[in-house]
Design a protein. Structure first.
Length: 456
């Protein structure tokens, strides 16, 4: 069945589009609030970035276990509502003139944990919702969501910040999370708990097997029986009582899966390296654009919007590129070009118009290649992992990635303060390029099609 006729996927997609636009407002609005209202320094921006990732690195592995145990749709709804309520504290504090940097740090930290909960649940829910052969299409369409948000969100953020101030702009993000939660609530599909499917019997369309029979959703979904043999046997069934109460053993199962699959291990290494270098870039990006290059909030939003245009292009071309050149060559080339495009950022200098051209080019080419890499990365992870371990696998990679992201934030703040922002951004770009080495020296290099098992 075409995903355009898949009601629940479309509801999920629409809700995510709205939520993603709002998320872009907060992503850019929080650092803009710190820079424009609270006069943040490079070290302050580093601490703010660190606050976004440190709590995630502490609690992320437990989130992976929770996602594999509990109903994923309910977890997504909880994360959306909680993020909405959390973000409302910023405009309220600003309204009463009680906004402080530490409040931004707390909001960034708790919101980061909730975002991880949503993302891991989301990535584990999609392979259950659609057929396996539709995974690439689903991930491409969902990337279009992020691309559309990247087009609309930053420009909207710039306008809102310029006209209403950054804290009020974040208010609109809070509303978007409530809308997303409502869309999740409207899904007619039942959820998975401990790998077991159930049907939503009250749904009037339950007679449609394409929409409601879990076996028809993804009949060739990988099960625990196809996982590497030396993963602990009791990790193959998340439903047994002995495993249910052993968090440490369940967490170990996610790590064991990465160690036993050369492909997943390479993807994890690339994600971790990219997280470290990308964090060095991201923590100083707003400060560099506003203070060093002299951009206004509106121009800053326009620059980031070009990344959304690039993402739309990448999402539209991803399937075509894979068909023509093969899975492995494309994912490696896209990651390399993503890092190479980031070199344009520290090269931006001179008159404002020239700097603007370089920054917009970096966003356009960087995001167009980066989104193709992201689509292929997520699809490959989902194809190689059983439903029972999807949450733990994604959470394990994400935790290590964000732990190094937190370290990168500290390194960026120190280097930016003492050796200069431009040189620090150059070092970060080189690190992003080097993350490609993980994929080059792995079986991914010779991969022409999406594998059906993780024998590679």
């Amino acid at each position: 069945m075409s995903l355009w006729r898949h009601r629940d996927f479309l509801k999920l997609w629409i809700g995510q589009t709205i939520s993603e636009i709002g998320s872009r407002i907060t992503r850019d609005g929080l650092p803009l609030t710190a820079v424009l209202i609270l006069g943040a320094s490079p070290l302050t921006m580093s601490v703010l970035r660190l606050a976004s990732f440190l709590p995630v690195s502490l609690f992320g592995l437990f989130i992976g276990v929770a996602v594999d145990r509990l109903a994923r749709r309910q977890l997504m709804m909880f994360a959306d509502v909680a993020r909405g309520l959390l973000l409302l504290t910023i405009p309220v504090a600003a309204m009463f003139s009680h906004l402080h940097v530490w409040m931004l740090q707390v909001v960034a930290g708790v919101s980061g944990v909730l975002t991880l909960l949503f993302d891991v649940s989301y990535q584990a829910y999609v392979p259950w919702l659609v057929r396996r052969e539709a995974l690439a299409e689903a991930n491409a369409k969902l990337s279009l969501t992020s691309a559309a948000a990247e087009v609309v969100g930053p420009g909207l953020t710039g306008v809102l910040v310029q006209t209403l101030t950054a804290p009020i702009a974040i208010f609109y993000d809070a509303l978007s999370y409530f809308i997303s939660a409502f869309a999740m609530w409207r899904l007619s599909q039942a959820d998975t708990v401990n790998g077991n499917r159930s049907l939503d019997n009250h749904n009037p369309d339950s007679h449609n097997p394409d929409n409601h029979n879990p076996d028809n959703h993804n009949p060739d979904r990988r099960t625990a029986d196809t996982l590497p043999a030396d993963i602990p046997a009791d990790m193959h069934s998340a439903g047994t009582s002995s495993v249910r109460h052993d968090w440490r053993r369940e967490i170990a199962g996610g790590f064991a899966l990465l160690m036993q699959s050369r492909v997943l291990r390479a993807l994890a290494g690339a994600a971790i390296t990219l997280g470290f270098a990308g964090s060095m870039m991201g923590v100083l990006y707003t400060l560099y654009a506003i203070k060093t290059l002299g951009m206004s909030p509106w121009l800053f939003g326009l620059t980031v919007t070009m990344g959304g245009v690039g993402s739309l292009i990448g999402a539209a071309l991803s399937s075509r590129l894979v068909r023509k050149f093969g899975y492995g060559p494309v994912i490696i080339a896209m990651l390399f070009l993503y890092g190479a495009a980031s070199l344009l950022i520290p090269l931006a200098s001179g008159p404002l118009w020239r700097a603007l051209v370089f920054m917009m080019a970096a966003q356009l080419f960087g995001d167009s290649t980066g989104v193709v890499y992201e689509i292929l990365d997520v699809t490959l992870r989902q194809a190689l992992t059983s439903d029972e371990l999807l949450g733990r696998m994604n959470a394990t990679i994400r935790v290590f990635e964000l732990a190094l992201t937190a370290v990168g934030s500290v390194v960026a703040g120190v280097l930016g303060q003492f050796v200069g922002i431009r040189l620090t951004l150059t070092i970060a770009a080189i690190g992003m390029i080097l993350s490609t080495m993980w994929l080059i020296f792995s079986p991914i290099r010779q991969m022409r099609e999406l594998p059906t098992d993780d024998a590679a």
